[in-house]
Design a protein around this ligand. Structure first.
Ligand SMILES: [Zn+2]
Length: 86
């Protein structure tokens, strides 16, 4: 698991804006991310421990990758909806 901080996702977010991968929701905090050019699909999961957020991806990257950063906006929207309905 990799900790998600503003610093750690900065580069990945820039890459996600260029790559624009296809993100599908599997369930809350679990997403499938597909590279539109290669068709490669990876699974991203998020975990929250206290105030720290963590992400993991099935791709070979050892840092926060653009798959993780691509899912963050969707995860934030789903999280806000969960709070409203709870
Ligand atoms: Zn990845």
């Amino acid at each position: 698991m990799l900790e998600i901080t503003r610093e750690s996702i900065e580069k990945a977010t820039a890459k996600a804006r260029i790559a624009k991968p296809l993100v599908k929701v599997i369930e809350f905090r679990r997403y499938s991310v597909t590279n539109r050019e290669t068709g490669a699909t990876y699974e991203v999961r998020f975990t929250k421990i206290g105030n720290q957020k963590f992400g993991e991806c099935t791709c070979p990257a050892t840092k926060i990758c653009y798959h993780i950063s691509s899912c963050l906006p969707i995860n934030a929207v789903l999280a806000s909806q969960m709070i409203q309905t709870a």
